[in-house]
Design a protein around this ligand. Structure first.
Ligand code: SF4
Length: 280
């Protein structure tokens, strides 16, 4: 790393990163507060090269929302609908199978499928969907359901413990679970943007359970709304803690909050700038 291009105050952090040492929460905050995007990029690139060499990989993936009907009403969510709403939708299994069949013809290797917390779809519906997707192509990777969907299925639909629910889904064809629903772990923020949703501990517990079964998943952070920088750092610290414990996350996906349809406490939030998105 060319340290002359790194501002003096960030050099001790850059040295730690290059030496593959852990950065502290104070270091993470300093990086968030730094305005030198080139320096941040250089430091980040060191980590990327340490992990992956000079390779960047990608997945040919088909994203599917099987339904937007949801029993919750997270304040930040412009996706969910109640059954009576005009924009509510729910695809039939045959429709989803056709979409994936078409995608397979285009070379897609993974389907990524999530939905709302649907109040009435039955256990048999979810299992038939997974089994028929699996039957389409045994090599298709089926990545589906957020931790909150898994908890919803376990508690209200399957009426089974989380582990048994995950095992049942895996037997039907589930390959990995998705990272959505994490938002920002801080309870005060969750109470304002997604009241009633699972807690951080509950989100982490679903992933911990899945990882302990040999499963892999991704993790996310929804930023650029009412959270503070220390709350982002706290979120990252908790994700890193679980990764230390299980090594089960295959990727981290930071999502910028999309404010175009926001209301209430989020009405005044501005879209995260390109600078902010690159910094995350
Ligand atoms: S649980 Fe998911 S789909 Fe339902 S309201 Fe919250 S963010 Fe939207």
């Amino acid at each position: 790393m060319n340290y002359e291009l790194i501002p003096k105050e960030l050099r001790p952090i850059a040295e730690k990163v290059e030496a593959q040492q852990r950065i502290s929460e104070a270091d993470a905050l300093a990086l968030y507060r730094a305005n030198d995007l080139n320096a941040l990029g250089m430091i980040a690139s060191v980590v990327r090269e340490q992990k992956n060499g000079n390779y960047a990989t990608y997945i040919h993936n088909r994203y599917i929302n099987y339904s937007n009907i949801c029993i919750l009403s997270c304040q930040f969510c412009a996706f969910a609908a109640k059954k009576r709403d005009a924009h509510a939708f729910e695809y039939a299994i045959d429709e989803i199978i056709q979409v994936v069949r078409d995608a397979l013809c285009l070379g897609v290797t993974e389907v990524h499928m999530v939905g709302g917390l649907h109040p009435t779809l039955k256990k048999e519906w979810y299992l038939e969907l997974l089994q028929r997707l699996r039957a389409l192509n045994p090599n298709l990777h089926i990545k589906a359901f957020t931790a909150i969907e898994v908890r919803h299925l376990a508690q209200r639909i399957f009426r089974m413990p989380i582990r048994d629910t995950l095992e049942t889904l895996r037997t039907a064809g589930l390959g990995s679970i998705t990272g959505g629903g994490a938002e920002i772990f801080d309870p005060a923020v969750r109470d304002k943007i997604c009241r009633g949703k699972e807690t951080a501990a509950e989100w982490l517990d679903v992933h911990r359970t899945w990882h302990s079964m040999g499963g892999r998943s991704t993790c996310t952070m929804l930023y650029g709304h009412i959270e503070t920088l220390p709350q982002r750092v706290d979120h990252l610290r908790q994700l890193r803690g679980l990764q230390d414990e299980t090594d089960g996350f295959t990727g981290f996906v930071p999502f910028a909050f999309e404010p175009s349809q926001s209301h209430g406490i989020l009405a005044q939030v501005k879209r995260a700038s390109a600078f902010e998105q690159l910094r995350n």
